[in-house]
Design a protein around this ligand. Structure first.
Ligand SMILES: [Zn+2]
Length: 381
C-alpha cells in the first residue's frame, strides 16, 4: 500500500504547478528581481544590520487610502470588520482595484496539471529560523557545486520571505518556525509546508528558489501554503505524537485513523469544529471512499488514470484539478481562491467551497487584511 497523495504523506503538501495553459498569461519578462525590486527600496526603507532583514515603511510612505500598521511597520488599506464578519464597504472600495491587479497576476492558476513530486528535503540549500517577521541564523546544507549560486543568493531568499511575511499577518503564523530554501530544478515543486521534525506542533515553509521568479505562481502558492498552515496547525488538528515519531508506520496510521470519529488528515484527529473537518463533512464525506480506493493503486499509470477520471467526472466540484488530489489540497486551493478572487456569484460545488470561508467571520476579516496587504505590495510595483 502506498501513501501517495494520502493525507499523511509529505508529498501532498507539495504544490506542483505545470503551467501549460497559463504560460501565455504570464507577465512577460517580469523576473523576481523586477517584481520585488520596489519592495526592496520603498521610500524611507530601512534594513537592519546583521541577520535581521525586514523592510519597513514609515507613516510618510503611506498613500492616501492606506493606514500605517505600527506593529509590522507597513502601509496598506485597513478594513474594519465586525464580529459577524461584516466589513465596512467604503474602506473596502479598493477591492475592485485589488482584483484587477491580482487578475493580471494569478488569473489562470487554477487549472494547472498535477503531478507527483520528488522526495522532501533532498535539495535543501539553506534553513532559516523564523523570528516574527525576520528570518535568522541561516544554516547552509552541504550541496553540489552547481547549487552554490542558489545557496549564496541570500538576497532572493530574503525577498521571497519578506513578500510572504508582508502578505500573511504575523499573528496568523506563530507555529511557523523554519523557512527553507530548496530546489528540485525548475517547474516541479514550487513550495511546501511540513511539520518540523524537532517539534511536530511547529511547521516549516519551503520555497524552490528556481521557481520563485514567476510572481503569479509565487503569490498563489504562498497563499495556498499558508492555507495548509491555517487548517493543519495543532490548534485545528492536535498532533498524534506517536505517529509523528513514526510517520511511515502504516499500522499505527491505520489505527489512529480508525480511532478518529471525525476527519483524520494524517497529522492527528481533527478537532470537530476545525475548518478541515467542517470542509470534509460537507464536501468529501460521500466521495472519500472512491478517492481512497484510487490511492491504493500502486501502478503509476493506473493511479494517474483513476485520478484523472476522479477529477474529470466532477470538474465543476473543484476550483482546480490539483484541488481534487485530497481534502487538504481542496481546502487550500479553495482558500487561495477565496482570498484572491471575488466572491463567487454562481452556485456550483466549487463556488460553495469558496463561499464556505465566508461563514467564518475571522476568515472574512483575514481576507480583508490579506487583500489590503497584497494590494499595497502590488501597487508599488
Ligand atoms: Zn498543497
Amino acid at each position: 500500500m502506498t501513501f501517495r497523495f494520502s493525507p499523511s504523506s509529505l508529498s501532498d503538501r507539495w504544490l506542483v504547478f505545470v503551467f501549460v495553459l497559463t504560460a501565455a498569461l504570464m507577465l512577460a519578462g517580469c523576473s523576481v528581481d523586477e517584481f520585488l525590486a520596489d519592495e526592496d527600496t520603498p521610500v524611507g526603507a530601512e534594513q537592519d544590520a546583521g541577520d535581521d532583514y525586514y523592510y519597513t515603511e514609515t507613516p510618510e510612505d503611506c498613500l492616501e487610502d492606506e493606514e500605517f500598521d505600527e506593529v509590522d511597520e507597513l502601509c496598506y488599506p485597513i478594513v474594519y470588520c465586525d464580529e459577524e464578519g461584516v466589513c465596512e464597504e467604503e474602506e473596502y472600495g479598493f477591492l475592485d482595484l485589488f482584483f484587477d491587479l491580482v487578475d493580471e497576476l494569478v488569473w489562470g492558476v487554477a487549472g494547472g496539471n498535477f503531478e507527483d513530486s520528488g522526495e522532501a528535503g533532498e535539495n535543501t540549500l539553506v534553513t532559516y529560523r523564523v523570528d516574527g517577521n525576520q528570518i535568522v541564523e541561516p544554516e547552509l546544507a552541504a550541496v553540489t557545486d552547481d547549487l552554490l549560486d542558489f545557496q549564496a543568493d541570500t538576497e532572493t531568499h530574503q525577498k521571497i520571505w519578506v513578500y510572504f511575511a508582508q502578505l500573511i499577518p504575523p499573528d496568523q503564523r506563530p507555529f511557523l518556525v523554519k523557512y527553507v530554501i530548496f530546489t528540485d530544478g525548475p517547474e516541479e515543486v514550487l513550495a511546501f509546508v511540513t511539520p518540523d521534525t524537532d517539534d511536530p506542533t511547529k511547521w516549516l515553509l519551503g520555497v524552490d528558489i528556481a521557481d520563485s521568479s514567476n510572481p503569479e505562481e509565487l503569490t498563489f502558492t504562498l497563499v495556498h501554503e499558508f492555507a495548509h498552515l491555517m487548517t493543519l496547525n495543532s490548534a485545528q488538528v492536535p498532533v498524534n505524537e506517536e505517529l509523528a515519531l513514526e510517520p511511515d508506520n502504516e499500522e499505527l496510521y491505520e489505527a489512529a485513523a480508525a480511532a478518529c470519529p471525525v476527519y483524520f488528515p494524517g497529522e492527528g484527529c481533527s478537532e470537530p469544529t476545525s475548518y478541515i473537518n467542517a470542509f470534509y463533512q460537507r464536501f468529501w464525506a460521500d466521495i472519500y471512499d472512491e478517492w481512497s480506493e484510487n490511492n491504493l493503486l500502486e501502478d503509476e499509470d493506473e493511479y494517474a488514470a483513476a485520478a484523472e477520471e476522479f477529477y474529470s467526472s466532477r470538474e465543476e466540484d473543484f476550483v482546480s484539478d490539483y484541488a481534487a488530489t485530497s481534502p487538504e489540497e481542496d481546502i487550500a486551493e479553495s482558500f487561495a481562491t477565496f482570498v484572491l478572487k471575488p466572491k463567487p456569484s454562481r452556485d456550483t460545488l466549487a463556488d460553495q467551497k469558496v463561499a464556505f470561508f465566508y461563514d467564518y467571520p475571522e476568515l472574512v476579516k483575514l481576507r480583508a487584511e490579506m487583500s489590503g496587504r497584497l494590494y499595497s505590495r502590488l501597487r508599488r510595483q
